[in-house]
Design a protein around this ligand. Sequence first.
Ligand code: IPE
Ligand code: IPE
Ligand code: MG
Length: 242
Amino acid sequence: MNTGMDKDFHSAVPTHIAIIMDGNGRWALSRGLPRLAGHRAGTENLRRVIEACAEFGIKYLTIYAFSTENWGRPLEEVQGLLRILEDVIDRELQELHDQGVQLRHIGRLDGLKPALRKKVLEAIEFTKHNTRLILNVAFNYGGRDEIVCAIQRLIKDGVAAEEITDALVSQYLFTAGVPDPDLIIRTSGELRGSNFLIWQGAYSEWYFTPTYWPDFDKEELSRALEEFRQRERRYGRVSQSL
Ligand code: IPE
Ligand code: IPE
Ligand code: MG
């Protein structure tokens, strides 16, 4: 596990931020709009947050866009969310590419229809040489599903029990090669992890805000970064100030 043990107790800017973009539905409800309008507004906001992260010097941004549990929502909402994913690729890909964003996906693409799966894979291919910001989109993602998938592949590869290490498990996750998130942000006031990066987040700092995702702006992001700067990451050791 890359817990950052080699790092200082304090780091100025997180290398990797992960965000649970929550509260789109309540944002819409509070305006008398349908839930999907909230998801559209959330997508608009994402564009701003991506640019802000790049400006702040963050190298990896992982966003929770659709969980393995979100299939349980009404069909209309699920279909709307799939359409939004498709629209984002159609409309925003060039812009993301021009911003130097490398798009990646974590989760299972096999839950998507073949045409959308192809579109996602083409978008990943199109941006693969960009280095300014790596954007991991967690879509049809679940932390437990990811671990189950890793165990299945370890067994299929014939890995012996005694060869299984922390580092090897990390290499079998969807996030292989990506440092663990330093900071996980959840908007909308919910205080739970909802199956997001449960392995990788073992030593992440958490930041919660009551703000609904469509309203989470650059100022809020810099507040989260400021709070992160104040935190002391001890990794089970004793405080440096003692
Ligand atoms: C987060 O917003 C986006 C997804 C889960 C796709 P929600 O849709 O969960 O919004 P609330 O929590 O109902 O307000
Ligand atoms: C988590 O939010 C998933 C995403 C943001 C994509 P949910 O709204 O689905 O989580 P719960 O149901 O409140 O735990
Ligand atoms: Mg929610």
